[in-house]
Design a protein around this ligand. Sequence first.
Ligand code: SF4
Length: 453
Amino acid sequence: MANRIGMKVQNKLKEIALMSLLRGTLAKRKLDQKIAKLSGGKKKSNGVKRIPIKTADKMKLLMGRYYIKAKIAEHDPDQKIAWITSGGPVEILHAAGVTPIYPENHAAMIGTTRMADSLCSVAEDQGYSRDLCSYARSDFGSILAKKSPIGGSPRPDFLVCCNNICGTVTKWYQELQRIFDVPLIMIDAPYQYGDDRPEALDYVKAQLQEMMDQVGRITGKPIQWGRFEETVYKSKEALQLWREVQDMLAHRPAPMNSFDTFIHLAPIVTLRGTQECIDYYKALRAEMQERIRTGVASVEGEQYRLGWDNLAIWYKIQFLAKKFGEHKAALVVSTYAKSFCYEAPYQDEKDILRTMAANYIAGYINHGLDYRERELLEMAEKFHLDGFVMHSNRSCRAYSFGQYELARRMEEKHGLPTIMIEADQSDTRAWSDEQVGTRIDAFMESLIARKNG
Ligand code: SF4
């Protein structure tokens, strides 16, 4: 007992020390940027001026604290860690006091920090096919090479995989189960070709119920229903806030753009169901309200508005924001950022689990082409779009399948021009700045000519 208390005190002290180190690093980075600015450091040659979003500093601290706590939890026998897919029912884990870890988030960081090529190669050398999603490959590479932008993810006690985003995750998590030799909880979310089928809701609801029991058995403490309800309500509130923030981009000019929303996704993915997540999106919403009130635009002199389909191209966010910004085009909505706040048509406050099941199968990526076409059209109307940018993502078949057909429908049926950018979310090996840049220039010139008659 005394040992346990001693260990908890030590862990708390470690957390405080690491947080103060993180605060110091962030403050120093900010100071360096200020000094560079005052001393007339690097000027942007293309005249695209971007005003940084202040709330982003809060996110760095929030996410930093989350990872520090997760790392400390790895050495706490009372604390369980579960690796979970981005579309997994994380509310059950938060209600059980389990720390959720997202290999996809980790892989996105690998992509942003441009470590993906080398880590994917490590996995490929071990026999993982290059056709496998680069998120899976880079995470396997990270485990094998023990290299990571954040010092690696803490070891899981169990795994939770929901296949509402793709079939790849099923195999990915089976492989993780083999590597770590821990239990795997599978949630099978049937693909919906048209409207969501009631029997699919019942089928997923039964699995969520079973998952609650399984998690209770693993932690040794059954999940308290009251705590679960509270977590679900918190999650609902955070999702609503995230929806509101994205809706604000319908304002002309948009106060931030889709490239910013990709960055601000992190808390809704990892921390939905917690108070910190709610507080974070309240702060972001307040900043966006202020930007709208004072007329701050994400793209100065915004003239054209575009929608984005598919995952972010993590290593080229700056490049793409700059390239479209040069043409006075703002990306103001994306199916990707919206993926993390879908609300199903079915909602029943008296049946939380069935409502949760409905929301978890409601996502864009879990639906057929007619549904996707309808979604894109609604976005085009609500956000006053002039066209779409589609990332044909080599890694993500689930997202990219049918995109050429969708582009054809947008163009021929609805008069919305579309550019297809062939790339990969993290693996840079098939990317060329020149080729993509030239295609964007040509697309924007034809869009502008068309818009101006
Ligand atoms: S295939 Fe697509 S949805 Fe599946 S893990 Fe990879 S990027 Fe995510």
